[in-house]
Design a binder for this molecule. Structure first.
Ligand SMILES: [Fe+2]
Length: 272
């Protein structure tokens, strides 16, 4: 477990759903994902002075290739901050672990000042939906209980790739976290939990569920239109989220999107 002391508030950045290909010319619904990722990194540099930790919440690669993960690692260095990543449905947890070998990138527990952050793997190789496997549920239960007992921890933030509440569009019905009831039942035992952070549905959300703040963040590439029946892309630009975790447990957060750039995207697509 990493333990980091920094100034308050703690400065986090969430980057999600980069969908990178091993080939730099790779496109997702005609969008070049290397290019859109680079644009998002530019605006992060513009807005953030110093970042304590970057949360990369899955779908790092579209093709699960080592080259795509290596590209992510190489490019993110521009932000001069540590990062942790978790797999999404397009990723291979195994390839990510191999690429991250010898580093702390796959670490699942990070304490920064009086906050504890958990990174959960909800991926099932070959499936769009997510599930917390028995070992992952056990990890969450044990670590959450330990954090409740730990005097140096006052607040907890949990990260996962899949949406742990039903998606707001008809086509999203089956793509979220399938054992979400179990997830929320475990979380309900925590008095220190403040926030759940995720990606997967490529849109900005900030709401409360069971009294816990839930944040979802735009992808660094294509955006999914909220509140529709069938799959549709949203003509808004890629972005990222910044989070300031305060000592008293409060959170300031904002989504920034790339401005003044027109990306090529296939808006007529019926799926991805
Ligand atoms: Fe994604």
């Amino acid at each position: 477990m990493a333990s980091l002391k920094t100034n308050n508030p703690i400065q986090l950045v969430q980057i999600t759903d980069t969908h990178l290909y091993g080939d730099a010319d790779g496109t997702l619904l005609k969008m070049n994902t290397h290019d859109s990722f680079a644009h998002v990194l530019d605006i992060v540099r513009e807005h953030e002075d110093s970042i304590d930790l970057i949360l990369a919440t899955g779908d790092i690669a579209q093709d699960a290739s080592a080259k795509a993960y290596e590209h992510f690692q190489k490019e993110i260095k521009i932000l001069d901050a540590p990062f942790r990543w978790i797999p999404g449905n397009h990723d291979s947890a195994q390839v990510m672990a191999e690429v991250a070998k010898g580093s702390a990138v796959c670490e699942k527990v990070i304490q920064i000042n009086n906050w504890m952050i958990f990174m959960l793997d909800t991926s099932i190789e070959g499936q769009v939906h997510g599930r917390l496997a028995p070992a992952e549920l056990e990890f969450l239960e044990e670590n959450l209980a330990a954090a409740e007992q730990e005097d140096s921890v006052d607040h907890i933030l949990v990260c996962l790739h899949h949406n742990p509440i039903k998606g707001n569009s008809g086509w999203m019905k089956d793509i979220g976290l399938h054992n979400k009831e179990r997830f929320w039942e475990i979380l309900s035992r925590s008095e220190k939990l403040k926030c759940v952070v995720y990606g997967h549905v490529h849109q900005e959300l900030d709401f409360e569920h069971n009294g816990i703040r839930c944040l979802c963040t735009p992808s660094t590439c294509i955006q999914f239109k909220p509140n529709v029946v069938n799959f549709a892309l949203d003509p808004v630009n890629p972005g990222y989220r910044t989070l300031q975790l305060h000592e008293d447990g409060s959170i300031d957060t904002k989504v920034y999107r790339v401005e003044g750039e027109i990306f090529e995207v296939d808006y007529s697509s019926g799926g991805y």
